[in-house]
Design a protein around this ligand. Structure first.
Ligand SMILES: Cc1ncc(COP(=O)(O)O)c(C=O)c1O
Length: 429
């Protein structure tokens, strides 16, 4: 029953001669799971079709943006209408105003939003704004949280105590990495130590309120409460990076669910409905410090692109009705129930699900809340079954560190099929 991937293989060989590693973003190269990347022709609802004609139920959903599935019926009219009116004006359009209204109505305390073209840019902008407003140089991030690929964020701490960062990528000058303080998640003592050491120099702390980039590392509410308190006490801005979280788990921010009350929120993925969009939102007193009103510069040729804004606003319009979140939760419960049954004979089968985000951590013991507690054997088990999942028609993110996403386009049968196939393949390891 093994599928053939001849055309994908051919394309990858060609792509490898034309693009570094044959890809436009590194994890797509399938380095962690072996084999070679699949080249896709089409997305339809919950499914992807590759260039060899193989079909897959897609549980990656472009890494999160497609909460309604591929080319969702509900947003098509808006997007095609926008397409017919022109791809970009490099100028103001009513579509960005409509999208801004949608974003702001969902975020309590946010009065202004600046649109950019990616999550990376959104975070860069938020950090520059925080530095501009506070006049301070440093930022604090948590190990295992990913905030895009800008210089100051490709930084990792030494283990244990708070420390100035060391770059995890070549090409990041020490002078820049040194302005990033990195501490582990789930560790109040490190947080207090970092503020004691650097509090007066910290422009901002950035955190994914539900970290979803090194597994799914749910944080305790006490820790998030303490973080807010420390930021307030030290005059440090708190940035909630909701590029994944935002609009994924409710209409609005996950910060709201956990009562985090950030100063700035960064968004991406779902707010673009599958088109390249990022956003920073916050109160006018901060946001109006951005150019052209304020002294903090930021700009973008394609920012607020009309087609992207149409996709984003239409997606948010559908989400505002609320039914999608109920459907996603029901699908998630179907996944839990099926895997609980089908996997009962495999003692180390574990997973974490919050709403429509699912992460397998197949190892004995408690689910981790910080990245250095993620077990190598768990990542390895996921990576080992990935090729067989593909062969059975399930496209999963190509790394055990990554989470899976449910969309409103998935059917209960597809979700059951996922859980049963995972249980079967993992059980056979
Ligand atoms: C939390 C978070 N912030 C920022 C980014 C960067 O977004 P982008 O890939 O659109 O630049 C990501 C990407 O996955 C993310 O998950």
């Amino acid at each position: 029953m093994s599928r053939t991937y001849a055309r994908s293989k051919e394309l990858f060989e060609k792509a490898s001669r034309l693009m570094p590693g044959g890809v436009s973003s590194p994890v797509r190269a399938f380095g962690a799971v072996g084999g070679q990347p699949i080249f896709f022709r089409r997305g339809e609802g919950a499914e992807l079709v590759d260039v060899d004609g193989n079909r897959y139920v897609d549980f990656c959903q472009s890494w999160g943006p497609l909460v309604l599935g591929h080319w969702a019926e509900a947003i098509r009219a808006d997007v095609t209408e926008a397409l017919a009116e022109g791809l970009t004006f490099g100028a103001c359009s009513p579509r960005e105003v409509a999208c801004a209204e949608r974003v702001l109505e969902a975020l309590p305390g946010a009065e202004r939003v600046r649109f950019v073209s990616s999550g990376t840019e959104a975070v860069m902008t938020a950090l520059r704004l925080a530095r501009g407003v506070t006049g301070r140089p440093k930022i604090l991030k948590f190990e295992g949280c990913y905030h895009g690929h800008s210089d100051g964020l490709l930084v990792k701490a030494g283990s244990g105590l708070a420390t100035s960062g060391i770059a995890t990528s070549k090409g990041v000058p020490t002078s820049i990495a040194g302005e990033t303080v990195v501490i582990p998640l789930d560790d109040e003592a490190s947080m207090e130590a970092a503020f004691a050491d650097f509090g007066d120099e910290l422009a901002a702390v950035i955190i994914e309120p539900l970290p979803a980039n090194a597994g799914l590392l749910e944080q305790r509410p006490e820790l998030l409460g303490m973080l807010r308190e420390l930021c307030t006490r030290h005059g440090t801005l708190l940035i909630a990076d909701e590029v994944i979280n935002g609009f994924r788990l409710r209409y609005g921010s996950y910060s709201d669910t956990v009562d985090l009350r950030p100063d700035l929120v960064t968004l991406g993925k779902i707010v673009g409905g599958g088109m390249p969009v990022g956003a920073v939102a916050g109160p006018a007193r901060l946001m109006d410090q951005l150019a052209p009103l304020g002294p903090v510069y930021q700009a973008g040729t394609l920012s607020g692109n009309p087609v992207a804004m149409a996709a984003g606003a239409a997606t948010l319009r559908v989400l505002a009705e609320g039914a999608v979140y109920d459907r996603l939760e029901t699908l998630g419960q179907t996944f839990d129930a099926t895997l609980t049954d089908a996997g009962s004979a495999t003692p180390w089968l574990r997973w974490k699900r919050v709403g429509s985000i699912i992460w397998l951590h197949c190892a004995e013991g408690e689910l981790p809340r910080r990245s250095d507690r993620v077990k190598a054997e768990a990542v390895d088990r996921f990576n080992r079954i990935h090729p067989a999942m593909l062969d059975r028609g399930y496209y999963l993110p190509p790394s055990g560190w990554e989470v899976m996403f449910l969309s409103a386009a998935h059917s209960p049968e597809q979700v059951k099929g996922l859980a049963e196939t995972l249980a079967e393949l993992l059980g056979a390891l």
